[in-house]
Design a protein around this ligand. Structure first.
Ligand SMILES: *[C@@H]1O[C@H](CO)[C@@H](O)[C@H](O)[C@H]1NC(C)=O
Ligand SMILES: *[C@@H]1O[C@H](CO)[C@@H](O)[C@H](O)[C@H]1NC(C)=O
Ligand SMILES: *[C@@H]1O[C@H](CO)[C@@H](O)[C@H](O)[C@H]1NC(C)=O
Length: 385
């Protein structure tokens, strides 16, 4: 290359390099993805320090703790990792009936360790409507007592909510027609949403495309696995919005369910999502290759959403999404052998997963098996649409 050419190319190369570096930096700094971590009841758990070190190596900066006991919370001191503490359904009636019990818990688990432990949200009860319907009437009073405790303790930046199941909605498609089930809409969700809106909190919901895919044979697997191909889409006939993956369909169904109750601006946090890497008999799609495709596809999608819109319907609709850190035994209501984590129970990775390298880098080193599977899916998608 002669001198004249060098002068021409060098700035160009620099511009491209800068664009690449700054582009990737902004992507990984803002991908709003965290993990669910649950201690196994039967023991044999890795030490909290080992868990935190695994999180750091994958650049994961937010965790939803499903069993937030004091030792575990304590281990997150000074890590800068944001915590969403999820209280079991058994706390719901206790906190609803006794404000001082809620106060004591919040003081000991949150206030006395704040801010060296970055608790950002508390969730009181999970899928109460489905799992313990008799406790449904206590959810809002319990949430309100926890909110009062947070205020009394001066924790203005910690919000409180409860976690809903997608089953609370009548249907996923078309998203514009989704509503909360009649029996719970006015009695449960309307007052809950009023509270969330008044306190600047979020609606927490589990979104598992795998479950919907399994019950609806019309859904092509590529659509559930973020394999965005030219012929793989579904249009909402009312809004005309084109959906390229099932995750967005389900998120927008939730958003429209809330809008039907008069709330169109409450943030939606996806508290659990994922794909099992193995399953019981009759679950052929519960496979390692598909689990990897789902989680990579989700990260890529959320990274893109940061710069575009978080959901097709609404900007910034999904501030956070949580996947599963490690395999759990016997998840309630699922195949007994389902495995949803990105790590084995001994904290080794099932496949390369690192948020710091961003979705694009992860894609370029995707294993051949994934590519081959994607091609198969593409063919299948083509025939479905
Ligand atoms: C409420 O909880 C507090 C503290 O946990 C306890 O001392 C008190 O006896 C409880 N009150 C009732 C009415 O159960
Ligand atoms: C509401 O929450 C958002 C995000 O958590 C925060 O940025 C904002 O300051 C909050 N607003 C109020 C009035 O608390
Ligand atoms: C961790 O567990 C997985 C799956 O059981 C196994 O394949 C792997 O060898 C284990 N790794 C270590 C370091 O024990």
């Amino acid at each position: 290359m002669n001198k004249k050419n060098a002068h021409f190319f060098l700035p160009l190369v620099l511009v491209l390099l800068t664009a690449t570096i700054s582009g990737q930096k902004s992507v990984f700094a803002r991908i709003p993805i965290g993990v669910n971590y649950a201690k196994h009841a039967h023991g044999g758990n890795p030490s909290p320090a080992a868990v935190i070190s695994a999180l750091r190596s994958m650049r994961i900066d937010r965790v939803r703790l499903l069993v937030p006991d004091l030792d575990l919370i304590q281990a997150f001191s000074y890590t800068g990792i944001s915590l969403l503490l999820c209280l079991h359904n058994s706390y719901v009636p206790r906190f609803a009936s006794n404000e001082s019990e809620a106060y004591t818990w919040v003081r000991d688990h949150v206030a006395s360790r704040y801010p060296r432990i970055r608790v950002v949200m508390l969730s009181l009860g999970s899928n109460v409507l489905t799992l313990s319907p008799d406790l449904a009437e206590f959810v809002l009073p319990a949430v309100q007592n926890v909110h009062r405790a947070l205020r009394k303790l001066g924790l203005r930046h910690v919000s409180v909510s409860t976690t809903a199941s997608f089953e609370a909605l009548t249907s996923a498609f078309p998203p514009s027609g989704a509503q909360f089930h009649q029996f719970a809409a006015q009695s449960f969700f309307a007052p809950l949403l009023d509270f969330l809106s008044a306190t600047n909190s979020s609606f927490l919901v589990d979104i598992c495309p795998y479950d919907l895919f399994r019950t609806d044979p019309e859904i092509p697997i590529g659509f559930a696995l973020f394999q965005e191909e030219p012929f793989s889409f579904r249009d909402d006939p009312v809004t005309g919005i084109r959906y390229r993956n099932l995750f967005d369909v389900m998120v927008d169904a939730v958003i429209n369910g809330m809008a039907a109750l008069g709330h169109d601006d409450i943030p939606v946090v996806v508290t659990e999502t994922g794909w099992p890497s193995s399953g019981g008999p009759g679950e052929p799609e519960a496979s390692l290759v598909y689990a990897e495709m789902y989680n990579r596809g989700l990260v890529r999608h959320l990274a893109e959403s940061v710069s575009r819109t978080a959901s097709p319907t609404r900007r910034d609709a999904v501030p956070e999404t949580y996947i599963y850190l490690q395999d759990e035994d016997a998840k309630q209501g699922r195949g007994a052998e389902a495995r949803w984590g990105i790590l084995y129970p001994n904290l080794t990775k099932k496949y390369e997963f690192d948020l710091s390298r961003g979705a694009r880098a992860a894609d370029s080193c995707a294993v051949a098996a994934v590519t081959a599977a994607a091609l198969l899916l593409f063919r299948r998608s083509f025939f479905f649409f």
